[in-house]
Design a protein around this ligand. Structure first.
Ligand SMILES: *[C@@H]1O[C@H](CO)[C@@H](O)[C@H](O)[C@H]1NC(C)=O
Length: 290
């Protein structure tokens, strides 16, 4: 009964959380207009005139796509339905990336598959100015292959928040005052890939892909980008008048903070901050709270 009590509270709070996380009308992106294939386009199939897409992984290849624009700050969300059944060894990723190798900024969602009946793990990571190694892992409290769920990244000058549906699962605050680099100087594109990562993804690489179950499919829809597009008119990215700059978005709301504590308490399975062999002295951002 992991977190059963709070779970029911969350259901009551869901409509409120939803409103808080999507403050303005959705502006749906269309795959054929806003994205392009970056890897094995033959493995990507558009459905419903580009409103939804299907990614395929088989023994010959995985595949990937990226946005045509880069963005500075905002909120990016997608509904994703992950590979059902035995997905061990597969990784489906959704991330923002500045594409500037040595000084790369990158915000990662990686969905690590598992054997049938075992929970999917969501790994998040934050690279700022080339420095990553900030993995956290949460085991999902639902079956993400049974239906579409919303995965989103909120990014402003104060913090970065990763959401699963309307639940914050990760917060990375701007701790430049503590000498921690923060991604606020480079625009980032939106990327997604599906690939074979059975050398590390599931139980540390012990569980391999069962190719007899291939091909594997992941589905995406409802691409929603509310962010400042670059190129375009970069000056509008420097104003403080976008909705994500409002003071109410400078930190989690009390309801979001409560949901975040629930995730950390009941569903977090790994945090680089508490991995003592790896970080005998926890990095400075680990002490900053939310
Ligand atoms: C897979 O399932 C095992 C056993 O239930 C669990 O320990 C692990 O966290 C799950 N996720 C991954 C990515 O291995």
């Amino acid at each position: 009964m992991r977190g059963g009590g709070f779970f029911s509270v969350l259901f009551v709070l869901f409509p409120i959380l939803f409103l808080l996380s999507l403050p303005s009308a959705a502006k749906p992106a269309i795959f054929s207009r806003d994205f392009h294939a970056t890897w094995a386009g033959s493995h990507i199939k558009q459905l419903n005139n580009g409103i939804a897409i299907q990614l395929l992984l088989d023994q010959s290849s995985g595949c990937g796509f990226a946005s045509n624009n880069k963005f500075m700050f905002g909120h990016v969300s997608m509904k994703i339905k992950l590979i059902p059944g035995d997905s061990a060894g597969t990784v489906t990723a959704f991330y923002l990336n500045s594409d500037t190798e040595a000084v790369r900024d990158e915000l990662d969602f990686e969905f690590l598959g598992n054997r049938s009946g075992h929970p999917y793990t969501v790994q998040t990571n934050v690279y700022a100015h080339g420095k990553g190694d900030r993995e956290q892992r949460v085991n999902l409290w639902f079956d993400p292959s049974a239906d579409f769920h919303t995965y989103s990244i909120f990014w402003n000058r104060q913090h970065i928040v990763f959401f699963v549906d309307a639940i914050p699962i990760r917060v990375f605050k701007n701790n430049q005052a503590r000498g921690v680099a923060y991604p606020n100087a480079q625009p980032m594109g939106i990327y997604s890939t599906l690939w074979n990562a059975d050398n590390w993804a599931t139980r540390g690489g012990l569980e391999k892909i069962d190719w007899s179950k291939a091909p594997f499919y992941a589905y995406y829809k409802d691409f929603n980008i509310e962010a400042c597009a670059v190129p375009g008119a970069p000056s509008h990215c420097n104003t403080l008048s976008n909705w994500w700059d409002a003071p109410s978005y400078h930190q989690l709301s009390p309801i979001q903070a409560r949901a975040y504590r629930w995730v950390r308490l009941h569903h977090m399975v790994y945090d680089y901050c508490t991995d003592r062999p790896r970080n005998p002295v926890p990095p400075p951002e680990c002490f900053a709270g939310i």
